[in-house]
Design a protein around this ligand. Structure first.
Ligand SMILES: [Zn+2]
Length: 311
């Protein structure tokens, strides 16, 4: 097979905005309701087309929306934020329980991933390694309980990989990690600009797989599919840059055998109709290339299983 596009979705709804309380505004703006419709539509289209992908869920999205997830392992302030969120939010902002049968129906096309249980991260106030590892442990139980099979992929909240090795002891896992040209929280404006220009010239960085001593497999991300950030002018620039980068990637940048890992936050697609249309067009385009045998579309853990076993 020629090139590979690995696709992953970070699924969090309001859980991703507990720390700053930003979920309430997003909820009022209808973002989470729209996101749910989009997720349902993607699942349908992936089933129809037979497309494989990784879905990394916040585990607490899949349980009973009226029950608080386990919180004893969380730092006190964050524990309170979780409880407040569960008490005050619309179930549509905190649950995908009604969509899990459809997702589970994807069968092996769905690479089941965890994005933690509550979106707590190493840099959350008061969070230590134990809290982060425990949160992932809870998520593996939540997700395996609902989907009836083990989690095989991990995506860290805000890509904070500080406790990657400790989380890796929870199972045989593939993890998405930042690449060298990747936006990390705190990266400077200058660095971000350098990254964009470099991408424009060379296309996105191919994904690099590493097998750690612990047996954990990591894969660097190549492209975050989102331009709807900032004001109108900066969105217009970002949109053009993203389109040009995608063109580079699909017109053969990197040549034969290259792997690109593209990731998406479904809620971003719920924030901008134009971004959603662009993404659906991107999906159509890569699906056509797949149909012509020019690339394959894969989930992260299955990609690792295929590529590493043939080495
Ligand atoms: Zn997240």
């Amino acid at each position: 097979m020629n090139r590979v596009v690995v696709l992953s979705f970070d699924c969090e709804l309001g859980w991703g905005r507990l720390e700053d309380g930003g979920w309430a505004e997003m909820e009022r703006a209808g973002v989470y309701r729209r996101t749910r419709t989009i997720v349902a539509r993607l699942v349908e289209s992936f089933a129809e087309r037979g497309l494989e992908s990784t879905w990394a869920f916040v585990g607490s999205l899949v349980g009973d929306p009226d029950e608080s997830p386990p919180v004893d392992h969380l730092p006190p302030q964050y524990r309170t934020a979780v409880q407040r969120f569960v008490a005050d939010s619309d179930p549509a902002s905190r649950s995908l329980a009604d969509l899990t049968p459809g997702l589970a129906g994807l069968g092996t096309l769905l690479d089941l991933g965890s994005h933690s249980a509550t979106h707590v991260r190493p840099r959350t106030a008061g969070a230590d390694r134990e809290a982060v590892v425990a949160d992932f442990r809870v998520s593996l139980e939540q997700l395996a309980g609902v989907f009836g099979r083990p989690v095989r992929s991990i995506v860290f909240p805000r890509d904070e990989i500080d406790h990657m090795e400790a989380v890796g002891r929870l199972g045989r896992l593939s993890m998405r990690v930042p690449g060298s040209s990747y936006g990390t929280p705190g990266s400077s404006r200058g660095h971000r600009m350098w990254r964009m220009l470099r991408r424009l010239r060379r296309g996105p960085e191919p994904a690099i797989t590493t097998v750690l001593d612990s047996g954990v497999r990591t894969q660097t991300g190549s492209l975050y599919y989102n331009w709807a950030i900032g004001g109108t002018a900066s969105r217009a620039v970002r949109r053009r840059l993203l389109k040009a980068t995608v063109d580079r990637m699909l017109r053969g940048a990197g040549g034969e055998g290259r792997v690109f890992h593209v990731w998406v936050h479904p809620f971003n697609l719920g924030e901008s109709r134009v971004l959603l249309d662009d993404f659906l067009e991107f999906m159509d385009r890569i699906s056509r290339l797949r149909d012509r045998g020019e690339l394959s579309i894969e989930g992260m853990a299955p990609h690792h299983a295929r590529s590493l076993s043939s080495r």
